[in-house]
Design a protein around this ligand. Structure first.
Ligand code: SF4
Length: 474
């Protein structure tokens, strides 16, 4: 996870691709390193070798742990794709790690996918009835099977056919014998950017991966577009009518602040959310304190707009591993303390505006408020740089169930009481959209509004409502 410790929303996946470049596997390794925040469960690289065969290496764990010199030396070739994964659909196991590699009538194929298909179950049933055997239980494999079954002459034609059957969120890169294809769903929910490195085209989920390898950002792969990288150059294929509704949460929390996502600076969006929050929920206070790292840029914006000085009153330990063994219950709030610690000299006796990007279950915010009070803080005014998170994501972000989201069943005052803050203010939906610079109808903000831009199945909707303890209509 790249951000603060208050999160129950998990990043999804990151993809990277490079066509016809020296030492492609090493470039992918570096690109994945920069995209590690998008998935920490597994990492993988597939390369096209001199014999037009695909070699691949995949393993559970961080990029730095999965790949060493020896492993990278087993990945020769000038074209490659890579993937970091946080499981969103399918189990967290090595068999679901990506890239998925596949033999087909048109030669070997490898695929890396970021997102989640909303009609995966239907397609899987249909393909199974026709005798398809699945090697994973992730929805990404569906796309490769559809490509393999297509009768079209070209790989691009087959991908067009496949993508017109699936629905949901997908930013995919496909490595074939002669080309790399990259595509985004017609809603462009998840990001995917095209760049260039010494004349070789590169692809990544976020531009921070280009910065690390010295590539230049060219443009976004558009919603409903396939970009084909081959010896003929870069070709654009429109396979579906675009109706872009990019995920605003990428800017609120998921993406790295040093990235351009959907053509905008993530850091600038976060500062704008913070500025707007200061206007919507002003308060008399001595300092503005971010919950690091997720609240940092919004706190800069809040401080600038309010005139209240910014103070780094909480410090984050960046080196906490995923499998930290917590001591017994006797040391209360340990889980938060190991990640965050207040700087007493800065916060003691102060009225602070505490800035975070969201409240998921409320339990972590409660522990942070308590920790600050124990450090002698006089007043804690909690400000959240997004609206209340009330709904689950069906487009590739691993979210808790609705019942677990505190804002799905509690109002702002009830949440304030639960976290024990002196006051609580959330950014409004209108405020978020204005700061983001896109109208609501052209953005996915479904985890705040419940308005899903790509229809989710009735079953999923009902499960959601039942999980939230809400009445399900006739
Ligand atoms: Fe992003 Fe939320 Fe929409 Fe999911 S539901 S795509 S997290 S805005």
């Amino acid at each position: 996870m790249q951000s603060g410790p208050s999160h129950g929303f998990r990043d999804e996946c990151g993809v990277f691709g490079v066509f016809n470049a020296e030492d492609a596997a090493r470039l992918i390794y570096l690109g994945l390193y920069a995209l590690q925040h998008r998935g920490q469960e597994s990492a993988g690289i597939a390369t096209l070798d001199d014999t037009a065969g695909i070699r691949f290496e995949r393993e559970m764990g961080y990029v730095a742990d999965v790949f060493d010199e020896e492993r990278l030396s087993r990945l020769p070739g000038r074209s490659a794709i890579g993937h970091v994964r946080y499981s969103t659909a399918g189990d967290s196991s090595l068999s679901n790690a990506q890239p998925i590699v596949f033999s087909s009538g048109r030669g070997p194929l490898a695929l890396a996918h970021n997102g989640n298909l909303v009609n995966a179950k239907e397609i899987r049933l249909r393909l199974e009835e026709k005798g398809t055997l699945f090697t994973t239980n992730s929805d990404s494999e569906m796309i490769l099977h559809l490509v393999a079954r297509s009768r079209k002459d070209t790989l691009a034609g087959s991908l067009v056919e496949a993508l017109n059957e699936v629905r949901g969120a997908f930013s995919v890169v496909v490595l074939g014998r002669e080309e790399i294809l990259a595509a985004r769903d017609p809603n462009g929910l998840r990001p995917l950017v095209l760049g260039t490195l010494d004349g070789s085209p590169v692809l990544a989920s976020e531009t921070c991966a280009f910065d690390l390898i010295g590539a230049t950002y060219v443009r976004d792969v558009e919603a409903g577009e396939i970009v084909r990288l081959s010896d003929d150059g870069v070709e654009s294929i429109r396979y579906a009518f675009p109706r872009p509704t990019p995920c605003v949460f990428e800017h609120v929390y998921f993406a790295r602040p040093d990235s351009l996502v959907f053509g905008k600076s993530v850091a600038a969006s976060r500062e704008a959310f913070g500025e707007r929050l200061a206007k919507e929920h002003p308060v008399d206070a001595d300092v503005v304190v971010p919950v690091p790292d997720s609240g940092t840029y919004a706190a800069i914006g809040y401080a600038r707009a309010s005139g209240i000085p910014l103070a780094l009153g909480l410090v984050r330990n960046h080196y906490v591993g995923r499998t930290f063994i917590e001591p017994k219950q006797s040391i209360r709030s340990f889980g938060v303390k190991v990640k965050l610690n207040p700087v007493r000299e800065i916060v003691k006796g102060k009225r602070i505006v505490l800035i975070d990007d969201s409240i998921v279950r409320g339990t972590t915010s409660k522990k942070i408020v308590k920790m600050l009070r124990d450090a002698g803080v006089k007043e804690v005014h909690l400000r959240i740089s997004s609206p209340p998170t009330q709904y689950s994501c069906h487009y590739g972000i691993d979210t808790p169930t609705r019942r677990e989201l505190i804002a799905s069943h509690s109002n702002v005052e009830e949440i304030r009481q639960f976290v024990d803050a002196d006051s609580l203010g959330y950014l409004s939906v209108e405020g978020m959209m204005e700061a983001f610079g896109r109208p609501e109808h052209a953005t996915c903000a479904a985890c705040f509004t419940g308005k899903y831009p790509v229809e989710i199945s009735e079953a999923a909707q009902e499960t959601e409502e039942l999980a939230a303890g809400l009445e399900v209509g006739p």
